[in-house]
Design a protein around this ligand. Structure first.
Ligand code: MD3
Ligand code: FE
Length: 212
């Protein structure tokens, strides 16, 4: 028998090093949504272009020391927002606090993110299966926070051909991806239409990384 010493109704161990904390963001909902508006006022959502020339269906922005960007030249982290020519907005205190606390809960007590990618899904938007490999240190976990409309997350394995599991994600859920799952393929199925009381017809995902 396998004993789970950290079992709890709000906690799901998805894989070695990967933990889903259901509702973990809800106590900070107000401050998170206020901070989100401040970030997007300074660095508006935009649909970026992949190196292959396709416009992504997910609109993105960033905060923190570095932001994830894509264009015809490739994927990278950049300290400057190419749309505004200014540094990305600072990472709000509520964002930083939630990311650090969730990482502690998941067993990563020294996680110090320097980048937060903010993804905005409208109905139909999706993220095809991919790996997150643009960061320097794959020993650092990634913390992701789901807000707004529910979505179906695809959690695959180390090979693109590994059949992904479907994990429903709801407003307030936080997932921490580290250990041997850090380089697993993952994606998000096309968002279904709906109306969320706080965010309307949108899903927002905050992804915290130590990129530099
Ligand atoms: C599993 N975003 O921006 S992060 C991304 O909902 C991205 O917008 C998703 O994938 C979204 O790159 C969810 C969840 C995530 C991030 C990294 C992982 C899951 C992961 C790394 C390994 C395994
Ligand atoms: Fe990803």
């Amino acid at each position: 028998m396998t004993e789970d010493l950290f079992a709890s109704p709000d906690r799901e161990n998805l894989a070695p090093g990967a933990v889903l904390l259901r509702g973990r963001a809800l106590p900070l909902e107000g401050p998170l949504l206020e901070a989100l508006d401040e970030v997007t006022a300074q660095a508006p959502f935009r649909r970026m272009v992949t190196p292959g020339g396709y416009e992504m269906s997910v609109a993105m922005t960033n905060c923190g020391e570095a932001g994830w960007v894509t264009d015809r030249k490739g994927y990278r982290y950049d300290p400057i927002d190419p749309e505004t020519g200014r540094p990305w907005p600072a990472m709000p205190a509520a964002f930083r606090r939630l990311a650090a606390e969730a990482a502690v809960d998941a067993g990563y007590p020294s996680f110090a993110p320097d980048a937060c990618l903010v993804n905005c899904y409208e109905p139909g938007a999706r993220l095809s299966l991919h790996q997150d490999r643009d960061e320097r240190d794959f020993d650092q976990p990634i913390v992701s926070v789901s807000l707004g409309l529910p979505a179906t997350f695809q959690f695959g394995g180390p090979k693109r051909s590994d059949k992904p599991r479907r994990i429903p994600l709801q407003h307030g859920d936080v997932a921490v991806w580290g250990g041997s799952s850090r380089l697993h393929y993952h994606g998000v199925l096309a968002l279904k239409d709906g109306d969320h009381p706080a965010l309307g017809r949108r899903r927002i995902n905050l992804t915290f990384r130590k990129a530099l």
